[in-house]
Design a protein around this ligand. Structure first.
Ligand code: HEM
Ligand SMILES: [Cu+2]
Length: 494
């Protein structure tokens, strides 16, 4: 592999990838603190003003999704560059724009009290009943736009590179193999298929997001400019749903790439694998309408489609990946370590997290559950134990192949603590949902406080475990330059 580029350059590029991961992981850890504070406030332990609660909610949602997507993009880039020629400049630009955007968002939220939640649903940015002013809204919205442009550039580049190598995005998804024009053995590898999917859905999502952000910005500057709130909501969720979803489809590349290295068994795309990814590509684009189930003015067919396809959304890829992971590990004599362990656990988290999501996508259940904590219940499970565990798996993997750093018993304890803690955090949300606790409420009735308090304490353990993961990764970054560890030494992991 390293014959393509010289080792010095690879080292340098790993350095940039490490920057993506460390920035992402540190932001995720800091956002956990805000999550804990919110739960402690809802649990009656901490006195937080309502205004502060909503600022925390806004920064937590924005920061978690943004940082996880950013780190996941780093993971995707690391593996995809082995198959196609990516632009390093654009990779750097995305990093710069991300940092600028983050700073603007932080200033908007904390210095100017902006608190619309990360969904910035029109006309809330402009109509805050004086909770925040124009400056806060502009900092937040423009910050998000800057961030979005960075990501958009990155996906335009991955799209360009995939088209250059494979001919078209359709071919990147292996449509010529599905149609029988090309043999299965010549199918694009799983990493390329997943990256093509993410490229397609995220270019769409980010375009929708930029459109609605710009309309909001104009509305904030000049309230006489208004637009159709239903259109705004459609665009906003087309952005938010798809972009948040894409994190796990980037993260799963870790599973495709590292489990084969650990088991010495290849993970090849076959026809069923390709069909599953094409189905999930289409569904992911269409099902944001499950956020509109309460909007009775939406065309009925769209809502029915949203419901039907939500059942099917992630399932094809989830099933094919969970099954593939089990098959590749089964009787392989795999040696478990932090990276392979986290990768395997992430499959579990993804699978378990999808079940309550499917329940919620049912219209009758949704009418009762949608604005309860049931919803954060399911996405904390598949984000926390699914997507974010994939990122940590990658961090341990990179540290292992790119340095001589060893893991200790502390790392293993952290893995167990992390798993139990995120199950507890998600579990308490689900219990709260089941007892009809509304989501996004700063204050809870005494009957609702128990689960929140429990979740706040579990959150502290999750945070501590995450700090241990980060400390290991920082140690790797410190020895990286000096160690004799060879890059891409695939043998080393087995
Ligand atoms: C220690 C871990 C965590 C804790 C304690 C925590 C806590 C919370 C709390 C209390 C809320 C608000 C719930 C409500 O509506 O009342 C929330 C919302 C949210 N969390 Fe977390 N969280 C954690 C980890 C994560 C992770 C890992 C992610 C994703 C990568 C995440 C993403 C979100 C999102 C997107 C929201 C929705 C924000 C909104 O409603 O606008 N959280 N979290
Ligand atoms: Cu959704």
């Amino acid at each position: 592999m390293s014959s393509l580029v010289n080792k010095g350059e690879l080292k340098q590029r790993n350095g940039q990838i490490a920057s993506y991961l460390i920035i992402g992981a540190v932001v995720i850890a800091v956002m956990m603190v805000f999550g804990i504070l919110m739960l402690l406030a809802q649990g009656g332990m901490l006195n937080l003003s309502a205004a502060n609660f909503y600022q925390f909610l806004t920064i937590h949602g924005t920061g978690m999704i943004g940082a996880a997507a950013f780190a996941a993009a780093g993971v995707m880039w690391y593996f995809l560059r082995d198959y196609v020629q990516l632009s390093k400049k654009i990779f750097t630009w995305n990093l710069v724009l991300f940092l600028i955007g983050v700073v603007m968002v932080i200033i908007g939220v904390f210095s100017f009290e902006y608190a619309s939640s990360w969904t910035f649903l029109y006309p809330l940015p402009a109509l805050s009943a004086n909770a925040w002013g124009t400056v806060g809204a502009l900092l937040y919205l423009v910050g998000m736009l800057v961030l979005g442009v960075g990501f958009l550039l990155l996906y335009i580049d991955t799209g360009r590179a995939i088209i250059k190598k494979y001919g078209s995005l359709g071919k990147g998804l292996g449509w010529d193999v599905i149609s029988g024009k090309k043999a299965e053995k010549d199918a694009p590898p799983p990493t390329v298929v997943a990256s093509t999917m993410v490229t397609i859905v995220n270019v769409t999502a980010l375009t929708a997001g930029a459109t609605v952000l710009i309309m909001n910005i104009i509305n904030v500057v000049n309230p006489a400019f208004t637009f159709d709130p239903l259109l705004a909501k459609n665009l906003t969720y087309a952005f938010g749903h798809i972009f948040a979803n894409s994190i796990i489809y980037m993260g799963v590349i870790v599973v495709y790439e590292i489990l084969p290295r650990y088991t010495n068994r290849p993970w090849k795309s076959n026809r069923i694998f390709l069909i599953a990814w094409t189905m999930s590509t289409t569904f992911t684009l269409l099902i944001y309408t499950h956020h509109m189930l309460m909007d009775s003015v939406m065309p009925k067919w769209m809502l029915i489609m949203g419901q039907a396809l939500s059942y099917a959304n992630g399932l094809p890829v989830l099933v094919i990946t969970a099954y593939g992971a089990l098959m590749i590990v089964y009787k392989s004599g795999i040696k478990w370590d932090m990276a392979s362990g986290l990768a395997f656990i992430s499959m579990f988290g993804w699978t378990v997290g999808v079940v309550p999501a499917i329940v919620d996508a049912t219209i009758v259940v949704n009418h009762v559950m949608h604005n309860t904590k049931w919803v954060p219940g399911h996405f904390h499970m598949y984000m926390g134990l699914g997507a974010v565990a994939m990122l940590f798996a990658f961090m341990y993997y990179l540290a292992k192949v790119d340095s001589n750093l060893e893991t200790t018993i502390l790392d293993k304890i952290a893995l167990i603590v992390y798993t139990l803690a995120i199950i507890s955090v998600s579990g308490q949300f689900l219990v709260s949902g089941a007892i009809s606790t509304p989501r996004r409420w700063a204050t809870h009735f005494p009957e609702w406080m128990g689960p929140a308090l429990f979740g706040g304490i579990a959150g502290v353990f999750m945070f501590l475990a995450t700090v241990i993961f980060i400390v290991h990764f920082i140690s790797y970054i410190q020895v990286r330059g000096t160690s004799t560890g060879s890059d891409f030494d695939d043998k080393k992991v087995a």
